[in-house]
Design a protein around this ligand. Structure first.
Ligand SMILES: C[S@@+](CC[C@H](N)C(=O)[O-])C[C@H]1O[C@@H](n2cnc3c(N)ncnc32)[C@H](O)[C@@H]1O
Length: 245
């Protein structure tokens, strides 16, 4: 945008804002994905009075909101890195398989052992804990993405970019990897919400092993980028993910 500056009439260009790279952002694909995620959330919201197992509706709403927010927060706080992949719906075969396993387990148990999904007082308490985990996980993840801003990327950076700064403030002052902490508890919460004993245990272990390995690799690069500053930060702030220092 070109504007004139008062009496001097010197033009200035307001180019301090970074805009998304349009070639990485096919608008047809993005609008359809956003529409589909909104439709999915809306559909399961509307089906609450129809389906017996309301927890499944909440799961589908949480799933669609999570993937929408991945794109939205990237577009808002890190626009130069946003792309159609920022919905992270193509988050690897393991991620897709894990959610499909969860939905499959929920249907099989619900069909063959109807009482397993009946909301007894104990299961209502478990469901409330699950919803809390989902809300805390989602908030932690989204706040982390806002706080890290341009330093956040969905992929581990192996080369330091000029705008990559070490983030130690806000939520990063309490959690060393808040977006992973959030993702972990959000995902475990979804399986607890579906009252899936097998998938809850599988998610707890498989995601834990995944993040332990990822953090290890990510931190080697962070130490190579920020040296002593990162080593000191690592000493001071814990991940608070169980058994990952
Ligand atoms: C998917 S983001 C995850 C960020 C962080 N691990 C978290 O859970 O909030 C991965 C990118 O964030 C960068 N990163 C991780 N921690 C960082 C920090 N404290 N400051 C700046 N960049 C960081 C890494 O270099 C990597 O490219």
């Amino acid at each position: 945008m070109v504007e004139t500056e008062g009496e001097t009439d010197v033009p200035y260009v307001n180019d301090s804002k970074t805009y998304p790279e349009i070639t990485q952002n096919p608008l047809d694909e993005i609008s359809l994905t956003a529409y589909a995620l909104g439709g999915l959330g809306g559909l399961f919201l509307g089906l609450i009075p129809v389906l017996k197992f309301t927890n499944f509706n909440i799961y589908m709403i949480a799933f669609s909101l999570f993937h929408f927010l991945e794109f939205y927060t990237t577009a808002k706080y890190n626009p130069s890195k946003v792309s159609s992949d920022s919905f992270i719906l193509n988050n690897g075969i393991e991620y897709t398989a894990a959610h499909l396993l969860g939905v499959f387990e929920c249907f099989i148990e619900g069909y063959f052992f109807k009482s397993s999904k009946a909301l007894t007082p104990v299961k209502i308490v478990i469901s409330c804990i699950a919803i809390m985990l989902i809300i805390i996980g989602q908030l932690t993840r989204s706040i982390a993405m806002c706080t890290a801003g341009k330093s956040f990327s969905h992929f581990i950076k192996t080369e330091k970019e000029t705008d990559h700064v070490l983030v130690k403030d806000g939520i990063y002052a309490y959690l060393r990897h808040p977006s992973y902490f959030g993702f972990y508890w959000w995902a475990v919460g979804t399986q607890l919400l579906l009252l899936n004993p097998i998938s809850t245990v599988v998610f707890l272990y498989v995601l834990w092993a995944f993040f332990r390995k990822r953090i290890n690799i990510e931190e080697r690069y962070l130490i190579s980028f920020f040296g002593k500053d990162y080593v000191q930060y690592k000493k001071e702030v814990s991940t608070r993910i169980p058994f990952i220092e």
